[in-house]
Design a protein around this ligand. Sequence first.
Ligand SMILES: *[C@@H]1O[C@H](CO)[C@@H](O)[C@H](O)[C@H]1NC(C)=O
Ligand SMILES: *[C@@H]1O[C@H](CO)[C@@H](O)[C@H](O)[C@H]1NC(C)=O
Ligand SMILES: *[C@@H]1O[C@H](CO)[C@@H](O)[C@H](O)[C@H]1NC(C)=O
Ligand SMILES: *[C@@H]1O[C@H](CO)[C@@H](O)[C@H](O)[C@H]1NC(C)=O
Ligand SMILES: *[C@@H]1O[C@H](CO)[C@@H](O)[C@H](O)[C@H]1NC(C)=O
Ligand SMILES: *[C@@H]1O[C@H](CO)[C@@H](O)[C@H](O)[C@H]1NC(C)=O
Ligand SMILES: *[C@@H]1O[C@H](CO)[C@@H](O)[C@H](O)[C@H]1NC(C)=O
Length: 836
Amino acid sequence: MKKINIITSSLLLLILITFSSLIKSDEKVEETESLLLEKIPIGLNGLNDTLYWGTYRPHTYFGMKTRSTKPINTGLIWSTPNIGMGSYNKFHYKVVQGGDNGIKSYTWTKHDGKNFGSQEITDVGGHLNLTTSFIKNSGSKGGDWSVRISAKSNYTNKGEVPLVSLIYYIHDESIKKSSNGLNINIADNNSNNNNNNNNIHIKGEHPEIGKYTLHFKDIKTSNSNNNNNNNCLEEMIKEEYNLINSQKDLCDWRFYGSSNYDSNKNWNVFNNIFDQDFNQHNEAVFRAWNTERFKGFIPTLPNKLKENSNVIAVQRVLTVPFNIEISFVSHEFHNKKELTEQQVDEIVKSILTGSEFDSTFSKFEKQFDDKFNKKFLGEKLKKHKSEIYKVTKESLSNLLGGFGYWYGSGITKKSEKIIKSKPVALFSATPSRPAFPRGFLWDEGFHQLLTSTFDVELTIESLSHWLNIMDENGWIPREQILGLEAASMVPEEFRLQLPNIANPPSIILVINKLLEISQAYKERTTHRKTEDDDYDGVEKLKMSMMRDLSIIIENNKEYDSIQRFLHSALPRLERFYQYYWNTQSSNLVENSFRWRGRKINHTLASGLDDYPRASQPSTSEIHIDLNSWVAFFAKSLSNLTKYLGGNVEQQEKSQMYFKQFKLIQSNIEQMHWDEKESLFHDILIHKNGSKEFLRTYGYMNYFPMLLGVLDVDSSMISPLLTTIKDVNGIWSRWGIRSMSVKDKNFGTHENYWKGPIWININYLFVHSMNKIYMNTPSIGECYQTLRFNLINNIGNVYSETGCLYEQYDPVSGNGLRNHPFSGWTSLVSLIASEQF
Ligand SMILES: *[C@@H]1O[C@H](CO)[C@@H](O)[C@H](O)[C@H]1NC(C)=O
Ligand SMILES: *[C@@H]1O[C@H](CO)[C@@H](O)[C@H](O)[C@H]1NC(C)=O
Ligand SMILES: *[C@@H]1O[C@H](CO)[C@@H](O)[C@H](O)[C@H]1NC(C)=O
Ligand SMILES: *[C@@H]1O[C@H](CO)[C@@H](O)[C@H](O)[C@H]1NC(C)=O
Ligand SMILES: *[C@@H]1O[C@H](CO)[C@@H](O)[C@H](O)[C@H]1NC(C)=O
Ligand SMILES: *[C@@H]1O[C@H](CO)[C@@H](O)[C@H](O)[C@H]1NC(C)=O
Ligand SMILES: *[C@@H]1O[C@H](CO)[C@@H](O)[C@H](O)[C@H]1NC(C)=O
């Protein structure tokens, strides 16, 4: 056994001290200049308009929301009150996982993050299939949009066919108690009216866009082919659907304008609709139902508009099948301060609904399909089993459909006091709609690897928001719980974010990707390399990979946006890097690092929460994953500054970062490499100067390889590879296990990162094998097998369950824990297409 003791590293130390004093003096210069860095601009190139509206409420089944500090929220609530006992008050609003509420799945089959989307909701408990589709007509003042909700059922027997009580709400958070509230115009709300127009108009005004109308198109004109053309369904419904006799109010549209200005409560749209007035209105029927419980009962909205309403909900009881179309019209977008109802009706009819909806939807759908096929190499994907194409496309759609927008304060600590931080805005993807519908720093790097392959503008917007949240020390809180609604979903003990707690800088993976696709694009558009025949073997493969990457950037405008973003992001990226040196450095060995905020069984900062580390947290630890992340960061910054540079200062910076990289790399190779086992380990440096390896077997052993910290021709790759392929170790037919079956911790206690297969780390394995270490003998075969195992298993589980999962069972391959988990598990799309 070879032990490197502190004497070797003190030699190193000497060299490093000189160097680190150099860094320190640089830092001083920066500090005297300014602590606060300029914000990265948001919404350039018209993106504030394009992205103004979106499905930015991923925790709900469906809703459109604005990217505003005081947003307009709209969304869907439904129930199938005649199916199942007591289902009258089982309203579906917030997504629930595991089908507990009868909803088996909710899947964006297509979503492009900007213009359109279509989601299938399978409400098994309600015997119902819902499709929620939307199109946007983006432009100044937010533009317009239109939503179509379609319902089908495959049940035909009496008593099994669902009735749908459908509610669509609007909540305008900009409305103040003192200003005018929302208004609803129902010309003739409760009769068999003879007007041929029974459209609903909800009118409001928002400081960012001016006057607007939320428009509900008359059901008659939306459904020509079914029995909905009777305006009053009451008598027919009661009998056919076995409703209680005293049930009334089922005719026509119903509505309720509620008003709540209590700043602690008004975010809760659901409670504000189903409030006391609602209960009062339904009390009599509810009592009657108590004596006739074998029949059905449908709670209705009270047709009441409170003064200064900031929420209006509209309800319709519908027989299945149906289509309902709801449109949003921005008046100033149509160059009028205020449109008449007639003009709004005309706009809705001529551009937003009916066959116009169909043709706009088809146009966006074709653009989406073409763009997907081009960037994810659709032809190549189609050579696999058909599930692979499907899971690749749908996981991208679900990631894009999971983007959200939040505004609010986080909770943190400053000088021992718990404080609310300054409110910030975040535009970000989310790990899981039911479980984690908010921003997570370490997940976001992986989310954006995939997003950027489809649409780099979305990535630039997301990363800009994330980097702008950084404080003057370069700290970005790892979990973003912004606003009261987000806070309501997170247990108290997880809300406090401490400024000394770091998280892996995975967003640097995306910065590297932006750099690589820029280089590939430039190469393609300037040199136009001709034939592959000039190259052979690995070189040929590299050329073809480069060519595939070069199609990700679509035009010069996108290329320019990336360059501008990289330039404006650089100071914040450097500050972010400094943060690790300033807060996570080991106190024992220069150029080594240790995660702060560790607990006995948890290192939440590392992202691998319960992965076993030293049994007691102490200052003697040095963490191999963190050393690798910082080395990776240094190397990446060296590349970035060189790439962006030109001037001497940038070139010097690039050299400085490269030197820092080399120093950490050499520490990693000398101190963490266990030659006996051919693995990397965490280490302890004891008081007497001796070093101890902390021998655990799993992901931790490979970080220097996963992050490309080892040189391409490193002699450590081959032996590492041998350990990876051990089928009695971390290798399984479903992907690489977080811990080896041989480790004594395998499958124990929480068993979160103690065996189950995680897709983000598997991505890092295939990525580094494919992109960095391809020259290593026999790595190609290992890469192909691993890739095949991953896409097959994730694809199979997806076909069976309709879901991506948070993790996969290390023994059976089954999906485990949170689902749908369309965050980093959706990296399967990149693994399948090889567009790393
Ligand atoms: C886009 O909107 C954000 C947030 O309101 C604002 O800070 C930014 O300046 C806008 N960008 C442009 C180009 O107008
Ligand atoms: C409803 O969706 C399920 C799959 O989730 C499908 O098998 C069934 O055919 C659909 N029913 C109708 C009527 O579309
Ligand atoms: C309707 O579809 C659901 C979900 O696919 C299935 O479980 C059910 O058996 C089907 N019902 C009928 C009557 O076909
Ligand atoms: C709708 O009808 C109800 C009951 O007939 C009536 O009380 C209410 O004022 C009407 N609302 C509007 C906005 O006309
Ligand atoms: C840490 O985990 C061990 C099992 O590995 C358990 O026995 C112990 O109670 C845990 N300690 C704490 C402080 O959570
Ligand atoms: C840095 O740039 C070199 C040369 O362009 C490239 O080979 C390497 O992969 C890059 N490293 C990273 C971490 O992006
Ligand atoms: C140094 O200290 C550690 C832990 O206290 C101990 O296990 C080890 O045997 C010691 N080594 C030497 C060379 O004294």
